[in-house]
Design a protein around this ligand. Structure first.
Ligand code: HEM
Length: 456
C-alpha cells in the first residue's frame, strides 16, 4: 500500500450543488410508485425538474440524469461503473463472470476477446446467414395468416445470433427452447427488480416454478452448446472459439464458469434487444404503409427486383434511416444505470461516492428539446443536412463509452436487411386481438403484436 492510497480523497469543491429533488414524491414510497405505475412517462418528465435530479425510492436516494450532454458525460467517465440493483439481480440470475456485468481489468480483457467477432470488417462473413434468415421469414409466413410477432421476432433474433456467433446448426427446436426460456426469464427478472419481494420468489408457486425451469433450461442450453463444440473438435473462426481459447491476464485459460457466463452474457442481450426492435419495425411497417412503400421502392431501385442481399445494405440509406428512427422512438434498452465509485460531479452537481445513477434513452431520444416534432416518425431527420441539428448523445440506442454495445454494426446490418426483405414481399395489417401497447420490461416491446401479411 502506498502513502497516497491511505490519504483521504480530496473533497470536491464546496460550491458544487446538491441536485434538486424531483417533484411528485409521496411519503414513504417517494417516487417509487410513479416509477412502477408509468415508468416511461415518469422518466420523460424529469428534465422539467433539472439536468440532474434526486429520486427517493423508498429510503434510497437515486440520481437521474436527464440531458443528452450529461448522459454522454456519465457514459464516458471513469467515475462510474456498472453496478447497482439492476446489475446485481442480473448477476444473481445470469452469472457473475460475463462481460455485461464485469468492471475494470476483467471487463477490458473480456472486451478484447469478444470484440474481433463484432468488428465492422467481420460482419460481411455473417452476410449469407443474415440473408438466409431474412428470406426464410418471408417464405415461412403465408399471406393472410396471422403472425405472432413476438415468437417470430425472437426466433429470428436467436437464430441469427447463434448461427453467426456460435456457428452451430441451432435448428428450430433449440432456438424455440432458447426463446421460451429467455422470454420467461426476462419477464420474471423484471418483476423481481421492480417488486423485490425476496423470499416470496422462492415459494413453490406456479409462476416461480416456471421461472426457475426457464432459467435452468437457459443454462442447460448454453452447456449443451459449449459441450457440442468441444466434442466436435472443430475450431471455426467464431466467437465461441475465441471464448474457448481465451486466456486470463496470467496467460492461463479462462475457467469453465467464465466461458458459460460469457455465452449467456452475449446470447441474452443479443436476442431480447434485437427481437424487441424487430417487433417495433413490424409494427411500424403496419402503422405507416407510406414508409413501408418507400422502403420497398428504395430496395427495388437498388436491387433491380432481385431478392435483397447483404451487400445491398450499405446502399439502403432510407431503409437504414427507417430503422434508426424506429429505434429512436422505441429503444429496446429504455433504462440504464451506473454507480459512482468516488465522489464526483455531473453538470455542476455533487454526486456522492456509491450513488446509483439512472437515465433513460427513451426519454432522451423523445425529448422535444432535442428533436423537432419529437414524437413524429420521420426517418428523413437522419438525412445529412438535418442530422447536424440533433444534439450530441441525443441518439444513443447502443450507448457510448467503454460499455457501448459491441454489436452495433452487427445489429444494424441484420435489422436493415430484415426490414428490406419484409417490406418488399409483404404489406402488413394489424389483426383484431393484437395488442401493440408498449410493454415495459427489461426491454420495451409491444404486448402482443399480431399482423397479417398481404403479398405486394
Ligand atoms: C451492451 C443495446 C444488440 C451484446 C449494450 C448496451 C446497450 C445495448 C444500450 C449498453 C448497456 C450499458 O451501457 O449499460 C443494444 C441494442 C441492440 C443490441 C439496442 C439491438 C437492437 C446486441 C446483440 C448482442 C449484444 C445482437 C450480441 C449478440 C451486448 C453485450 C453488451 C451490450 C455483450 C455488454 C457490453 C459491455 O458491458 O461491455 N447493448 N444491443 N447486443 N450488448 Fe447490446
Amino acid at each position: 500500500m502506498t502513502v497516497e492510497s491511505v490519504q483521504p480523497e480530496a473533497s470536491l469543491a464546496p460550491e458544487l450543488r446538491e441536485p434538486p429533488r424531483a417533484g411528485g414524491g409521496v411519503p414513504f414510497l417517494g417516487h417509487g410508485w410513479k416509477l412502477v405505475r408509468d415508468p416511461l412517462e415518469f422518466m420523460s418528465r424529469l428534465r422539467d425538474d433539472g439536468d440532474v435530479v434526486r429520486l427517493k425510492l423508498g429510503p434510497k436516494t437515486v440520481y437521474a440524469v436527464t440531458t443528452p450532454e450529461l448522459t454522454g458525460a456519465l457514459a464516458l467517465s471513469n467515475d462510474f461503473i456498472i453496478a447497482g440493483p439492476l446489475w446485481e439481480s442480473l448477476e444473481g440470475l445470469l452469472g457473475k463472470e460475463g462481460v455485461a456485468t464485469a468492471n475494470g481489468p476483467v471487463h477490458r480483457r473480456q472486451r478484447r476477446t469478444i470484440q474481433p467477432a463484432f468488428r465492422l470488417d467481420a460482419i460481411p462473413a455473417y452476410g449469407p446467414i443474415m440473408e438466409e434468415e431474412a428470406h426464410a421469414l418471408t417464405e415461412r409466413w403465408k399471406p393472410g395468416e396471422t403472425i405472432d410477432c413476438t415468437s417470430e421476432s425472437f426466433r429470428v433474433a436467436v437464430r441469427v445470433a447463434a448461427r453467426c456467433l456460435l456457428r452451430g446448426d441451432y435448428m428450430d427446436e433449440r432456438a424455440e427452447r432458447l426463446c421460451v426460456a429467455l422470454a420467461t426469464v426476462f419477464r420474471g427478472m423484471y418483476r423481481r427488480m421492480v417488486v423485490p419481494l425476496g423470499p416470496l420468489y422462492r415459494l413453490p408457486l406456479p409462476a416461480n416454478r416456471e421461472f426457475n425451469r426457464a432459467l435452468a433450461d437457459l443454462h442447460l442450453l448454453v452447456d449443451e452448446i459449449v459441450a457440442e463444440r468441444r466434442a466436435s473438435g472443430q475450431k471455426p473462426d467464431d466467437l465461441l472459439t475465441a471464448l474457448l481459447e481465451a486466456k486470463d491476464d496470467n496467460g492461463d485459460p479462462i475457467g469453465e464458469q467464465e466461458i458459460h457466463d460469457q455465452v449467456v452474457a452475449i446470447l441474452t442481450p443479443g436476442s431480447e434487444t434485437v427481437a424487441s426492435t424487430i417487433m417495433w419495425l413490424l409494427h411500424m411497417l403496419a402503422e405507416h404503409p407510406e414508409h413501408a412503400d418507400k422502403v420497398c421502392e428504395e430496395v427495388e431501385a437498388v436491387t433491380g427486383g432481385r431478392p435483397v442481399a447483404f451487400q445491398d445494405v450499405r446502399n439502403l440509406r432510407h431503409t437504414n434511416n427507417v430503422v434508426v428512427e424506429a429505434m429512436r422512438l422505441r429503444p429496446a434498452v429504455w433504462i440504464l444505470t451506473r454507480r459512482a465509485v468516488r465522489e464526483t460531479e455531473l453538470g455542476g452537481y455533487r454526486i456522492p461516492a456509491g450513488a446509483d445513477i439512472v437515465y433513460s434513452p427513451y426519454a432522451i431520444q423523445r425529448d422535444a428539446k432535442s428533436y423537432e416534432r419529437n414524437l413524429e416518425f420521420d426517418p428523413d431527420r437522419w438525412l445529412p443536412d438535418r442530422v447536424k441539428d440533433i444534439p450530441k448523445h441525443a441518439m444513443s440506442p447502443f450507448s457510448t463509452g467503454n460499455r457501448k454495445c459491441p454489436s452495433d454494426h452487427f445489429s444494424m446490418a441484420q435489422l436493415t436487411l430484415i426490414t428490406a426483405a419484409l417490406a418488399t414481399v409483404y404489406r402488413f395489417e394489424e389483426v383484431a386481438g393484437s395488442n401493440a401497447a408498449t410493454r415495459v420490461g427489461i426491454t420495451l416491446r409491444p404486448h402482443d403484436l399480431r399482423l397479417r401479411p398481404v403479398r405486394r
